[in-house]
Each structure stands twice: as structure tokens, then as C-alpha cells.
Design a protein around this ligand. Structure first.
Ligand code: FES
Length: 202
């Protein structure tokens, strides 16, 4: 089994990606990554060689404050057979969670299929802001896709086991996240959907 991908958020600079092997897509197309070499993904949104850093962050004086909030902000919802967690600090507001309100009502009302549906919706959340615990539910299959999916005009999606130093001095294990690369998020390194304000951004 290969080691988790290591992500290092460099101070006021790019995202360093270290991995034994890595699949990376940009605007839906695969990019070749040399096995074992590090990759630097632009976080300031100014690189002329997107998605990679070209040093422009120094010219534009890119400043990235550490993220706000902590685990005390996580909201827990208790169902009969499933518990969900929502971390507002990593949410990119993609709204995949919309069906949850109805599904939760069904689950509490005794609908035995609802917990599995809740788990499927939770695991479709690209930012990983949603998670769940249940001994009753068979984990849904994870979606196929590259380890890192750099979306056209959007965020950098990580969809594999990885470690990251999102909070300075700490490394945490994660398996889904959406990271800012337009430079506008108010909660870097996480995407908060701010790229939608940049029409020129690719
Ligand atoms: S972070 Fe280096 S060019 Fe954007």
C-alpha cells in the first residue's frame, strides 16, 4: 500500500505535494507527474503556468493567513442509526448537502433506507466538511477519479488519503478536501467558493 500523499501549505506560497505516485487532472485532463517528484500548486491565483506555481506569489505579495476556527465548531446531528458531523471551517458551499434535511426527517421517522442515503450524500461532499459514523450502514463506494482534481476556474479537490499542515505546526490526516487556488478564500488553505467572483480565473 502506498504512503498517504503529503501536502504542505507553504507560508504565503504554493501547496507542495509529495507522493510516491500521483494522479493529477487540470481542467478535466490528466497531467503527467514524474513518480517521486514534488509538485507545487499555485495558491495565489496569479501563476501564468496554472495549476503550477511560477513564483508570481512573490511579485504580487501574496499573504495567506492561517485558517480560522477549530474542532469546537463541528456540529453533530444524531439520527437513530447514523450520526453526522459538519465542520463549517472546511466547507466550500458546494451544496451537495441539500438533500440531508429531508433524509434526516425520514431517518428519524423510521425509514430504514434513509441512513444509507445519508451516508451516500455525506461522502459526496467534496470538501470533506461532512462526515458520518454508523455501525448499520455499509460504506458507500468512493467515486473514481484522480488523487488531485484541479477544477477549471475553481478549487483543488483532493480525493485520496493525505496529510496536511492546514494549521501551522500540526499535521492532520484527511481523505477529502477542497483547497483554494484563486487566492481569494477568506479561510485559506480551504476553498470557500470565492473563485466564483473571479471571471478571469482558470
Ligand atoms: S503560489 Fe506561487 S505563483 Fe501562485
Amino acid at each position: 500500500m502506498s504512503k498517504p500523499i503529503s501536502l504542505t501549505v507553504l507560508d504565503n506560497g504554493p501547496l507542495k505535494v509529495s507522493a510516491d505516485s500521483l494522479t493529477l487532472h487540470y481542467c478535466g485532463e490528466p497531467l503527467e507527474v514524474e513518480a517521486g517528484s514534488d509538485v507545487y500548486i499555485c495558491r495565489c491565483g496569479q501563476s501564468k503556468n496554472a495549476p503550477f506555481c511560477d513564483g508570481s506569489h512573490q511579485k504580487v505579495g501574496f499573504v495567506a493567513e492561517p485558517p480560522k476556527g477549530n474542532d469546537k465548531d463541528i456540529k453533530v446531528w444524531e439520527g437513530k442509526t447514523i450520526r453526522t458531523f459538519f465542520n463549517p471551517n472546511t466547507c466550500m458551499h458546494a451544496l451537495y448537502c441539500k438533500p440531508l434535511k429531508d433524509l434526516r426527517a425520514r431517518e428519524l421517522g423510521g425509514d430504514t433506507d434513509a441512513a444509507a442515503e445519508i451516508a451516500r450524500v455525506v461522502m459526496s461532499c467534496p470538501s470533506g466538511a461532512l462526515n458520518y459514523e454508523s455501525t448499520e450502514v455499509t460504506p458507500p463506494q468512493s467515486a473514481d477519479g484522480p488523487d488531485i482534481d484541479v477544477r477549471e476556474g475553481g478549487e483543488c479537490r483532493i480525493q485520496t488519503a493525505f496529510q496536511i499542515n492546514a494549521t501551522p505546526g500540526e499535521r492532520q490526516d484527511m481523505s477529502r478536501a477542497t483547497l483554494c487556488r484563486c487566492g481569494l478564500s477568506k479561510n485559506k488553505p480551504w476553498c470557500d467558493g470565492a473563485h466564483k467572483k473571479r471571471e478571469d480565473f482558470k
